[in-house]
Design a protein around this ligand. Structure first.
Ligand SMILES: [Zn+2]
Ligand SMILES: [Zn+2]
Ligand SMILES: [Zn+2]
Length: 355
């Protein structure tokens, strides 16, 4: 039986699970294993490499790990310029503007200025590593810097939402291989967050319970769980938008990413690292995007149980997805979870030294 499923939080999203399983036995072969050779891996022209002077004007912060502790560098002398662990840049070609214009107009040609900050976080001076190849310590430091910027950005005027995201493969039309994260702020809440957060608000008001906490209780040790640690669970959602999509959620209720403790960040780093490595083992180095669904911290009525969503890009969409908002899933979320679960649990065991 083919079936239509609805998302946990977004009620108007439909996912179609076809029953035509035979056809999808071949699925692993159909997975588009995009190797990175066709992407220009040119560290000479890379703006994020240590030798580059291209982006130095846009440098906002540099951090270095000294005696195991991440420290901010205040003095960017030549020596330190070569010797950094993580850097934060202002994006050279920002997609939102820092200065406010007065371009407003009404329907049918509605527009408003897109104002905000557009930052790039570079988690390593090494050019040729994938995000999935960063170590647990590198992920810990990256997450700490992202958290630090979230705190700062939410204290700025005009910032309603802080969007944290990264991609492998085509990324806003560029293909810089050097691993990097984007942080873009908006003066309004992005539509998907608004829809999710509305469900959270309604549920909290009506029944006093958090839909994510309920979902996690139901999914723990179930057929869509990949693995869990003391603090986090990773799972393929009941109704994913993308094939092999998976989420990482804190197991206990948590709304502010900026308030996550250092211990939890370390646990999260281990979980992200194992799951991205497991994803690569399952899908080859397929393109993917990662999005942090965090709360808009200044809006009390729009708090959500934060989580990360990872979208492998292994198939392209048909007219059904693009034109009708019906997302076809194959293999089934349960089969995807089985494949990803085996691989991610192995990576976790390897990282904690059990294997
Ligand atoms: Zn580079
Ligand atoms: Zn919750
Ligand atoms: Zn979400």
């Amino acid at each position: 039986m083919s079936e239509l499923r609805k998302d946990y939080y977004v009620p108007d999203k439909y996912v179609l699970i076809p029953n035509n399983i035979d056809q999808f036995d071949k699925f692993p072969e159909m997975v588009h294993k995009k190797q990175q050779s066709d992407i220009v891996s040119d560290s000479i022209n890379c703006p994020y490499c240590p030798h580059s002077s291209k982006e130095c004007d846009n440098l906002v912060l540099s951090f270095v790990v000294k005696e195991g502790i991440l420290q901010r560098l205040y003095d960017t002398t030549e020596d330190e310029n070569e010797n950094w662990t993580i850097r934060v840049f202002e994006c050279k070609h920002p997609i939102v503007s820092s200065t406010s214009s007065h371009k407003y107009s009404d329907r049918p040609f509605y527009r408003e200025p897109a104002c905000g900050y557009d930052l790039i976080v570079v988690p390593t001076p090494k050019h040729d590593v994938a995000l999935s190849e960063l170590s647990v310590d590198e992920w810990t430091n990256l997450l700490l810097v992202l958290q630090d910027r979230v705190r700062w950005l939410y204290s700025q005027r005009g910032v309603t939402y802080v969007a944290i995201y990264a991609s492998r493969g085509l990324d806003n039309g560029t293909s810089i291989r050097h691993p990097h994260f984007h942080i873009t702020t908006f003066s309004a809440i992005p539509p998907i967050i608004e829809k999710e957060a509305k469900t959270f608000h309604q549920s909290m008001n009506e029944s006093g319970s958090c839909p994510a906490c309920d979902m996690i209780e139901n999914e723990t040790n179930g057929p869509r769980q990949l693995f869990s640690t003391s603090g986090f669970i990773t799972l393929v959602p009941w109704a994913p938008t993308y094939n092999y999509e998976f989420w990482i959620c804190p197991r206990k209720h948590s709304t502010f990413f900026s308030k996550v403790t250092q211990k939890e960040i370390k646990d999260l780093a281990l979980v992200v690292c194992s799951s991205l490595r497991g994803m690569d083992k399952t899908l080859g180095q397929a393109d993917f995007s990662i999005a942090f669904h965090i709360s808009p911290e200044k809006k009390n009525s729009r708090q959500l149980h934060w989580h990360l969503e990872i979208y492998p890009l292994v198939t392209s969409w048909s007219g059904l997805e693009r034109g009708f908002g019906i997302f076809v899933n194959m293999p089934t979320p349960e089969d995807s979870a089985r494949l990803l679960g085996d691989a991610t649990r192995k990576e976790l065991a390897r990282l904690i030294g059990v294997l």
